[in-house]
Ligand binder design. Structure first.
Ligand SMILES: *Cc1c(COP(=O)(O)O)cnc(C)c1O
Length: 366
């Protein structure tokens, strides 16, 4: 039996070379480990287009830790954050601001509706206290792609700063932090870069980060302290996730060797197109209009059958070696299928076959 294929947006299926990179134990003081950290940060910064203007600060923990660290450092205590919400991760960023006691306001649109740049411009004009805007690039709750470039332009024109949660898009969708004047971009090891979970990172504007001294409420999440320590010693401040970093190095080597961002996007787009074609041909329906859907994770309406239960569906598909993802909408019954990870047409074909035959056997699909 092969291992199950994860059709989830991270943790996701990793390659054998990435897994094998975790077979070595690294000393956190060893200069070779410090070089590994430096090389990973250099590559991440380069992928983000921030080599001249930004710095990459790695942080232990899952992606949310890095989002929290970015908000804590970059939004000063007397600043105000406007969060653009159309799903769970936008809500989470607003919740982080509340925990940190940062003044925060929300512009919320429906799960299937991107924020309008025009409305953002109006909100910024009406409230000069707003210093920062928070945007989720691909809102993984549905897979909707939010209009990053349009929002970035109005935020910059208003003299405000933009914090982008690019957790589920970084590495696959093109992003240029310098060209878009992004103050901070946050992502993690375990999504489109196809590493394993355990670290996030913030690509922060160098000047903004250097000016953030004293902002962080938290010792462990103090990004500037992490950056200063890395600069002066080459080391992480506290125990680094050594195996996770080694796996990310291996994952980045494969990423670069195979053509980087354009190639990654092409593979995911092909996965998404095949998934959509097969499942829709069998009678399932996408939740989002295709034009709003990023090729990262697809949300489908559950079959319109009175007896439908995600759990039974999940278990039966899991038996055949594929791990699906539940929907994250409160209003409608949906399920999600990830397009990302070390998978291509072969795994997608097999997964679609498993999904369709299972739903037919359970009597929930004609
Ligand atoms: C995965 C993800 C996160 C981080 O979630 P963790 O569970 O903390 O890793 C944040 N934002 C988005 C958009 C994500 O997809």
């Amino acid at each position: 039996m092969r291992e199950p294929i994860l059709l989830t947006p991270g943790p996701l299926t990793t390659s054998l070379a990435t897994k094998a990179a975790m077979l070595t134990d690294w000393g956190s003081w060893d200069s070779r480990f410090n070089q590994l950290t430096a090389s990973v940060c250099r590559d991440l910064l380069h992928i983000a287009g921030g080599a001249d203007s930004h710095v990459c600060v790695p942080l232990q923990g899952s992606g949310t830790f890095a989002v929290e660290a970015a908000v804590a450092n970059l939004v000063p205590p007397d600043g105000k954050l406007l969060v653009l919400v159309n799903g769970a991760y936008g809500k989470r960023m607003a919740q982080i601001a509340h925990y940190l006691r940062r003044d925060c306001t929300v512009y919320e649109t429906a799960d299937d509706t991107p924020p309008s740049a025009q409305t953002v411009a109006m909100l910024l004009q009406d409230d000069p206290a707003i210093s920062h805007v928070g945007l989720i690039h691909c809102e993984t709750s549905t897979g909707i792609l939010n209009p990053l470039a349009d929002i970035a332009a109005v935020v910059h024109a208003a003299g405000c700063k933009l914090i982008v949660d690019a957790m589920s898009s970084f590495g696959a969708l093109p992003i240029d932090v310098a060209a878009l004047h992004i103050d901070a971009l946050i992502a993690s090891s375990n999504k489109c870069l196809e590493g394993v979970p355990g670290m996030g990172f913030v690509i922060a504007n160098r000047n903004s980060l250097l000016q953030s001294r004293g902002n962080s409420h938290s010792l462990a999440l103090d990004l500037l302290a992490q950056y200063d320590y890395l600069q002066s010693t080459g080391q992480w401040r506290f125990t680094p996730p050594t195996h996770v970093l080694a796996a990310l190095r291996a994952a980045l080597d494969q990423y670069l060797a195979k053509g980087g961002q354009p190639a990654r996007l092409a593979r995911y787009a092909a996965n998404a197109a095949l998934l959509q074609q097969r499942l829709c041909a069998a009678g399932l329906q996408l939740f989002l209009p295709p034009g709003l859907q990023a090729p990262i994770i697809l949300t489908f309406h559950a079959p319109a059958h009175a007896d439908y239960q995600f759990k039974a569906f999940y278990e039966a598909v899991r038996e055949q070696g594929f791990v699906l993802y539940p929907g994250k909408l409160t209003s409608q019954e949906t399920f999600r299928v990830g397009c990302i990870g070390a998978i291509d047409a072969a795994e997608i074909e097999q997964a679609c076959h498993a999904i369709i035959t299972t739903l037919r056997q359970l009597g929930w699909l004609a």
